[in-house]
Design a protein around this ligand. Structure first.
Ligand SMILES: Nc1ncnc2c1ncn2[C@@H]1O[C@H](COP(=O)(O)OP(=O)(O)OP(=O)(O)O)[C@@H](O)[C@H]1O
Ligand SMILES: [Mg+2]
Length: 200
């Protein structure tokens, strides 16, 4: 339970500062991470009468910023949940898939909700765009930025109004910690006697 509380605290913190926080990478099991996120939202999904299906492929451990991945997923699942509010209860299905392809991990959140009308497709990632009464229109904007910081991308597709939506987050498999670019790498402080060749 502590792990979940810690995640919730971290998500709230990250949501407050959006994607501006620097990357904090650690070794992670992506399936576990997606599972933890869904567990946090499960009660709410149940309350909305949504059935949840998970399809997780086996993925190697990788280095990523867990909280950024969670921040993105929380918003995708919340968006899916609201998109299904308009559907009759027996038609509210959420599918979360985790797959791997050519060096990329792919997380897909597919809902059976209202879908995306062609005229809103170009506005989805615009800061402040929302069609929800209580929405802010920050979720997809900040999630797309966070996906970019992770070296990946976020896309949404739908066959149209009433046809549901699939959100896809793709991030590189990243088997090792990411090295900062050379110009930002910190110089190690010099310890020991001054090296003669560097002295004037
Ligand atoms: N799965 C989805 N199905 C249908 N429409 C969606 C879906 N996801 C996003 N949208 C549309 O994109 C808009 C923007 O989503 P976004 O997450 O950026 O903001 P929001 O959910 O409205 O507010 P918040 O800032 O609280 O996340 C939504 O208001 C909705 O119109
Ligand atoms: Mg949202």
């Amino acid at each position: 339970m502590n792990r979940h509380l810690e995640h919730i605290r971290a998500i709230v913190q990250v949501q407050q500062t959006y994607a501006k926080t620097p990357l904090l990478t650690e070794e992670c099991d992506l399936a576990q991470l997606v599972d933890d996120t869904l567990r946090i939202q499960y009660t709410s999904l149940q309350r909305h009468g949504i059935t949840l299906t998970r399809e997780f492929a086996r993925l190697p451990r990788m280095w990523h910023d867990k909280h950024k991945v969670m921040q993105i997923l929380v918003n995708l699942v919340a968006n899916a949940k609201y998109a299904m509010d308009a559907m009759p209860e027996q038609q509210r299905h959420l599918l979360v898939r985790l797959t791997m392809d050519d060096g990329w991990a792919r997380i897909q959140v597919t809902d059976s909700g209202v879908g995306l009308a062609p005229e809103i497709l170009g506005k989805l990632f615009t800061h402040g765009f929302t069609t929800r009464k209580d929405g802010h229109g920050f979720g997809l904007h900040s999630s797309a930025l966070a996906a970019k910081m992770l070296g990946g991308r976020l896309t949404l597709e739908s066959e149209g109004t009433g046809k549901g939506t699939t959100a896809t987050l793709e991030i590189p498999l990243m088997p090792e910690p990411r090295k900062p670019p050379p110009e930002t790498r910190r110089k190690e402080p010099h310890v020991g006697p001054p090296s003669p060749e560097k002295d004037p």
